[in-house]
Unconditional design. Structure first.
Length: 282
């Protein structure tokens, strides 16, 4: 596994972590695959995917419960646990209460990164960031992050912090959705903010396209896969994390998919091949 520096913190974080959306349910809990989910999380950690990303909204909290069970007997200091507060809980007191609930479900006294899941139009960001900074000061979170924020929104969020800074912005980024490249990515790179890419494999869209290897775009991934002795999926995932300031959190349950995701790090496409993919998939 390749490890990247988180923002300007000096903290090392896995370039490819483990996402938990739809593990333990979508917007409501699903207990039917709990054992499989816990084993998947443990296996990902064993392969070096020590960055586990979850959220209070995932499975209405059940995803956090599964993460808590998976990490319960593991050395906490070896893990990087991130979770997110939902946009309806962004009032000052609601943020504090939401964090406490998440900590309880995760069975830990702190999270490494606490993230605002989505910006709110109804609740002043200044109020939310005040609560986030309190959690930081109290040691309930080691770092503060945001998700789905524009460059302007990140800048505003940072302006309300006095003793720490926003270290990461979690956004969708893959070969099919590259909207962050225009403004957000340059802003984050300039200001030392890590981009965490969710849906790095485009929620199955890539897999469907790879079923047609004669497709021009798919053929390039297949050709490069042969060149690097990797899979086309690993080529696409390595493209996502090509910049040092970008990490990814793909979700997988089956062991061979977890292995495939983990092995997409620890090596790097040449600049020429990265640019070839970028141009072809533009």
């Amino acid at each position: 596994m390749d490890y990247r520096t988180l923002g300007r913190t000096g903290e090392k974080i896995a370039a490819i972590g483990f996402g938990t959306w739809r593990i333990g349910g979508g917007m409501s809990p699903d207990y039917s695959h709990d054992r499989e989910a816990i084993e998947a999380i443990k296996y990902a950690i064993k392969l070096g995917m020590t960055h586990i990303d979850t959220a209070e909204i995932y499975g209405a909290g059940h995803a956090e419960e599964l993460v808590g069970k998976a990490i319960k007997e593991l050395p906490r200091e070896d893990l990087f646990i991130a979770t997110k507060v939902w946009h309806t809980n962004l009032r000052y007191d609601d943020v504090l209460k939401a964090c406490e609930r998440s900590l309880k479900r995760l069975q830990t006294s702190y999270v490494d990164l606490y993230i605002i899941h989505w910006p709110s139009r109804a609740i002043p960001l200044s109020e939310t960031m005040k609560a986030m900074e309190r959690l930081y000061k109290e040691g309930k979170t080691r770092y503060i992050g945001v998700s789905n924020f524009s460059a302007d929104q990140v800048e505003e969020a940072r302006s309300y912090l006095s003793v720490t800074d926003v270290v990461a912005n979690q956004v969708e980024y893959n070969l099919y959705n590259r909207s962050i490249e225009a403004e957000l990515m340059p802003y984050c790179f300039k200001n030392g903010i890590t981009i965490t890419a969710y849906s790095p494999l485009a929620k199955g869209t890539l897999a469907r396209e790879l079923k047609s290897p004669r497709n021009r775009r798919a053929k390039i991934l297949f050709d490069l896969a042969e060149k690097y002795s990797k899979t086309p999926t690993q080529i696409a995932l390595n493209w996502v994390i090509w910049h040092e300031q970008v990490i990814a959190i793909p979700k997988a349950i089956q062991k061979h998919h977890i292995e495939e995701n983990a092995a997409a790090a620890g090596w790097k496409l040449t600049k020429q091949d990265y640019e070839l993919i970028s141009k072809t998939w533009k």
